[in-house]
Design a binder for this molecule. Sequence first.
Ligand code: NAD
Length: 285
Amino acid sequence: MAATLIDGNKIAGEIKEKLAEEIKRLKEKGVSPSLSSIQVGEDPGTKVYVRSQKKSCEKIGIEYNLRQFKEDVSQKELEDFINHLNEDKRVSGIILQMPLPSHIDGRGLQRMISSQKDAEGISPANMGMVVYARPILGPCTAMAVMELIKSTGVKLYGKEAVMVGHSDIVGKPTTLLLLDKFVTTSVCHIATGERGTLPEYVRKAEILIVAVGKANLVKGEWVKEGAIVIDVGINRVEGKIVGDVEFEVAKERASFITPVPGGVGPVTTAMLLKNTVEAAKLQAK
Ligand code: NAD
């Protein structure tokens, strides 16, 4: 039987609706959430993200300020700008758009963003709170994955999950959030792929999350019957956006599956907005 599609746009819409109401109430109390975005260079993908972030923010009442820097900007100029945003009381949240040119130390810049203004939830302090199972500003994509799994209504306690991908911003925090729900979680990465044991792991997964960035890496026939499949990957193939999972075959085996596009992406953006509102509240305290 074909899987139920997990509608990321619908889930994101519900989150944004609640946020819009909350923002109205906050503004009555004099708290106005705003998001400052830093873009370096002319990456076409970044331009699309920035446009969509601006639209999403403004639709629910968050002020969006974009500062664009030329490709040849220095590390020092960016550091100075982040320091300025950290100190500016009108700025609730900050997001540093990726990718950055190779002469820029992006991790270093991200670490400079005040943890109270870290809209992406990836600063060391915010990641640390994930370890303690008490995310304040949580890492957006990992939080989105959990929201999508929650929407299925499936009880998580004791389930077997496989996380494919161990990046700092997606794979690792998602693993911690799953552990917090008492999900037995295996993590696979490039070495699992090289060893050839990825199919073995995937076949066991009652919950499968894939965040790699390789189109069709996970074959549909590996997917366990009845699994929940969350596909985080974004790949452009022949002008089309696809995920990391062979969708057409996987959807015949899974019980729930996220489409790409329209799955994780919109909920990640909703989490960015949620963090911006949380950040504004933290600073108003
Ligand atoms: P990354 O690019 O930092 O790391 C990739 C991960 O995949 C690593 O853990 C690596 O070891 C693993 N990997 C590579 N080849 C493998 C193989 N053959 N078998 C098993 N594992 C393998 O990861 P990231 O930043 O988390 O991004 C992953 C994907 O998710 C990308 O396509 C990215 O665009 C997408 N992404 C989407 C969203 C969203 O909102 N939808 C957000 C963040 C990232």
